[in-house]
Design a protein around this ligand. Structure first.
Ligand code: ING
Length: 305
C-alpha cells in the first residue's frame, strides 16, 4: 500500500473583475479545507487565477497580457505558496503564463510540500478558434491567446509517486494518457474550464458531463493510473461551465465527485500500488503492445483514407 490523499479543489465562477488577491483567498481557503481532509496534494483548475478570458475577443494585446502571470509565484500568488508550505501540502495550479521572451502558454505547475516548484506543464492540445466568430454566443479563443506547449507530456517523481499533468482539452485525446502511461504515470493532475454549450455541435451539450467522465475513465483504465480533475464551473460571466470535478481510480471507477457548482473540495485516499493491478496484467505494455503496427499514430496528423 503506497497511499497518497489527493484533493480536487473545484472552483465556482471567477468574475471578470475579481481581483487576483480575492481569488488567491478562495484558493487558500480550499487548500486549508483539503488539508483538513488529510490531503497531501491539491489540484486546482485550469486558469484558476482569472475568469476564462478566451470567451471574449480582445485585439489589444496589452489587455490580453493583463490576464497573464509573468512570475510564478509572483507578488499576488506568493501567499498561496507560503500557506501550502506552512501546511505541508503539495499543489498543482493552472494559470496563463507570459514568459520573459514573450511566449503565451496555458500552464500548470506542480509545487512540492515545501513550496518549491517541482514541474511545469504547458497545454499541448489547444481547442477552439483564433479569429472572431460573432455567430457564437461566446468565443473560445484559446488558439488566439495561447501557443501550444512545446514539450511532450512529462511524468515526474514526486510525493513518492510518478506524477503527470494535463490541461482541459488534453484529457480528450488518448495520446495524452498513453505518452504518460509509457513513462509509468500513476497519478495525472488535470484542471479544466469546460463550457457546457459547444457551438459547433450543440447536440453535444447534454453529453458534456458524460464526455468529461468518459475520457478520463478510459484514460485512467487503459493506462492503469489515477486521474484527479478539478473544474472551474458554474455560470461564469453568463457562460454555463461544467463542474463535476472527480477522482478516477486505475480501474476506471469514479471514486469521488463534486456535487456543487461552487468552490468545493473532493478528496480520496489513492493507493498507488493499485496501478500495478492493471499495468501488470491487462495493460502490460511491454508484453502486449504492437507499436510496429501503430506507426500511423505519430506519422500522420489528419485522416488519410
Ligand atoms: N475547454 C474545452 C474542453 O476541452 C471544449 C473545450 C468546450 C470542448 C466545449 C468541448 C466542448 O473541455 C478547454 N479549455 O479546453
Amino acid at each position: 500500500m503506497r497511499e497518497l490523499t489527493v484533493a480536487a479543489a473545484q472552483m465556482g465562477p471567477v468574475a471578470r473583475d475579481e481581483p487576483r488577491a480575492h481569488v488567491v483567498g478562495r484558493l487558500t481557503k480550499l487548500l486549508r479545507a483539503a488539508h483538513a481532509r488529510g490531503a497531501d496534494l491539491v489540484v486546482f483548475p485550469e486558469l484558476a487565477l482569472t475568469t476564462f478570458f478566451p470567451r471574449w475577443w480582445e485585439d489589444d494585446q496589452a489587455a490580453v497580457d493583463a490576464w497573464f502571470e509573468t512570475e510564478m509565484p509572483g507578488p499576488q500568488t506568493q501567499a498561496l505558496f507560503d500557506e501550502a508550505a506552512s501546511l505541508g501540502v503539495a499543489f498543482c495550479l493552472g494559470y496563463a503564463e507570459l514568459t520573459p521572451d514573450g511566449h503565451h502558454y496555458n500552464t500548470q505547475v506542480l509545487v512540492g510540500k515545501d513550496g518549491r516548484r517541482l514541474a511545469r506543464f504547458r497545454k499541448v492540445h489547444i481547442p477552439g478558434h483564433d479569429s472572431n466568430e460573432p455567430w457564437r454566443p461566446f468565443q473560445h479563443l484559446e488558439r488566439r491567446y495561447f501557443e501550444p506547449g512545446p514539450d511532450e507530456f512529462g511524468v515526474w517523481d514526486a510525493l513518492g509517486a510518478r506524477v503527470g499533468m494535463m490541461i482541459c482539452n488534453d484529457r480528450r485525446w488518448p495520446e495524452t494518457y498513453r505518452v504518460m502511461g509509457l513513462q509509468g504515470v500513476e497519478l495525472i493532475c488535470c484542471g479544466y474550464n469546460t463550457p457546457v454549450h459547444y457551438a459547433p455541435d450543440p447536440s453535444q451539450d447534454v453529453l458534456a458531463g458524460f464526455h468529461n467522465q468518459l475520457v478520463m475513465q478510459a484514460g485512467a483504465y487503459q493506462n492503469g493510473t489515477w486521474v484527479v480533475a478539478a473544474a472551474k464551473g458554474g455560470v461564469e460571466e453568463g457562460v454555463d461551465s461544467l463542474s463535476q470535478s472527480c477522482i478516477v481510480a486505475p480501474s476506471g471507477q469514479v471514486v469521488a465527485q463534486a456535487y456543487t457548482q461552487d468552490d468545493e473540495v473532493v478528496a480520496a485516499a489513492c493507493d498507488l500500488e493499485w496501478c500495478k493491478r492493471y499495468k501488470g496484467t491487462l495493460f502490460d505494455f511491454d508484453r502486449y503492445r504492437r507499436p510496429e503496427l501503430y506507426t500511423r499514430i505519430t506519422a500522420q496528423k489528419g485522416v488519410q483514407p
